[in-house]
Design a protein around this ligand. Structure first.
Ligand SMILES: *[C@@H]1O[C@H](CO)[C@@H](O)[C@H](O)[C@H]1NC(C)=O
Ligand SMILES: *[C@@H]1O[C@H](CO)[C@@H](O)[C@H](O)[C@H]1NC(C)=O
Ligand SMILES: *[C@@H]1O[C@H](CO)[C@@H](O)[C@H](O)[C@H]1NC(C)=O
Length: 417
């Protein structure tokens, strides 16, 4: 009890810092706009009434900013306007190594699926090959995902013409040295923020929100990227708060409130039998509330390669279904994957430290590792989990998991190496 009260207090302070962080961001914007040239979408004919197609104005403002000779051009999306934009890509490389995108107003997606006819249904707003991009401004991006969720095969596979692929709200491809801060990203048809092939990418003070029953709406998904961080953010969605895909390293996830959602996941990895390379992942100071998973690692049996040097620390769980879970037998449809002998992604050097809170199921710790490629060097220190239902007992289940523990309850089932 004492612990949870203290933790709650910590959360309040943390939320306060988040709010203060947002309030101070306006001042920063003013400073930035003072330097370099500014390119306001209104000057390019955007109307911002929430109904007019403002796509071309956005593209033209971007083109001029990107091609301008000024040192740090700023694209301005002013506040008190709602801009309707259709699928669009902001292309780099730009002339400047530093380009600002100040979103203070709201950007909304078209709400009808028909808009994507003949287009790539996986994207809406895309930044590609841009270096040194800073997105800031306390604005909102709304993917208007409802029509997509209603047509998703994930919820109703019997529906004729149901959709499997839906747009990502914000997608970054090959964008080195990017920073995105002080933004609201809501109701994406699928993943909210997707980072692909980016070196040096920081997300800070991001609020992501979509309904708990919206399918495949990951908060943030990172793939093939290095030096990534997400800090001081609140994520509530219908899928993972943050998920880390194949070929990713040097990831820092810090000061996050996650829930509802599926937790923070490394994986699923190795789906197509590829060689996974995921390492140096640090997840700390996360509060999970009512999520299906907490700290999760999931790999497909067909995968190969490694996941190593992962630290999960200072986590607090409030009624989470699988607080700590490693699943090396991951399969998206239960029972649909054949048991594969001989392969598997090697999982090693995983630390779980200072982890407290409650589980809503009987199994609080589940380390389900492969017979062929066992998990090794798992370290658990000061992990204390109890049932969300008073007086109920929770357990730890392990298979082929080797390592050491200290101060763990429910007493874990690690095998001595
Ligand atoms: C909106 O404008 C863009 C850019 O001019 C254009 O490509 C697109 O077809 C327009 N969409 C609609 C539905 O008018
Ligand atoms: C991004 O950085 C990586 C690693 O430093 C480099 O190999 C790659 O060429 C860079 N890409 C761009 C588009 O600048
Ligand atoms: C591990 O996963 C396999 C396949 O999904 C399942 O049959 C088994 O019961 C699981 N073991 C534990 C300890 O959860």
């Amino acid at each position: 009890m004492c612990l949870s009260r203290k933790s709650l207090y910590t959360m309040e302070v943390f939320l306060l810092i988040l709010i203060l962080g947002l309030a101070s961001s306006r001042i920063d914007c003013q400073n930035i706009i003072g330097h370099g040239g500014s390119f306001n979408v209104l000057d390019y004919g955007a109307i911002g009434d929430g109904r007019t197609n403002d796509t071309q104005a956005f593209l033209n403002a971007w083109r001029d900013a990107c091609w301008s000779g000024v040192e740090s051009p700023v694209v301005i999306i002013p506040q008190n306007f709602i801009f309707l934009v259709y699928p669009l890509t902001f292309w780099g490389p730009c002339n400047s190594n530093k380009i600002y995108f100040m979103i203070s107003g709201e950007i909304i997606a078209p709400s009808s699926l028909g808009t994507w006819k003949g287009r790539d249904a996986s994207e809406w707003v895309v930044f590609r090959d841009v270096k040194g991009l800073t997105i800031d401004g306390s604005g909102t991006i709304d993917g208007q995902g409802k029509a997509w969720w209603d047509h998703s095969c994930a919820h109703q596979s019997y529906l004729k013409g149901c959709t499997r692929l839906a747009p990502t709200a914000l997608k970054f491809v090959s964008c080195n040295e990017t920073s995105v801060s002080n933004m609201y990203v809501n109701n994406s048809p699928q993943t909210h923020i997707l980072v692909l092939g980016c070196h040096g990418f920081n997300l800070h003070n991001i609020f992501i929100n979509s309904p708990v029953d919206s399918p495949n709406t990951d908060g943030i998904h990172i793939q093939s990227s290095h030096r990534f961080s997400v800090t001081h953010s609140i994520i509530s969605t219908g899928d993972d708060c943050v998920s880390i895909g194949d070929y990713t390293s040097d990831v820092e996830i810090n000061n996050i409130v996650c829930g509802p959602g599926h937790g923070i996941s490394i994986g699923s990895l190795g789906k197509s039998g590829n060689i996974v390379q995921v390492e140096s992942i640090h997840v700390s100071n996360v509060y999970f509330s009512g999520t299906t998973n907490g700290a999760r690692i999931k790999t497909w049996q067909v995968g190969r390669g490694t996941v190593r040097d992962v630290i999960f620390e200072n986590l607090l769980f409030n009624s989470v279904q699988n607080p700590i879970i490693i699943d090396q037998h991951y399969c998206n449809v239960q029972g649909a994957c054949k048991d594969i002998t001989g392969s598997g992604v090697k999982i090693s050097n995983i630390v779980y430290r200072n982890i407290f809170g409650t589980s809503s199921t009987d199994v609080a710790i589940n380390l389900n590792c492969s017979k062929y490629v066992p998990c090794t060097n798992i370290v658990m220190q000061f992990v204390q989990l109890s049932s969300a239902t008073p007086w109920k007992i929770v357990s730890a289940d392990c298979e082929n998991a080797y390592g050491q523990e200290y101060g763990v309850g429910p007493s874990s089932c690690l095998l001595q190496s």
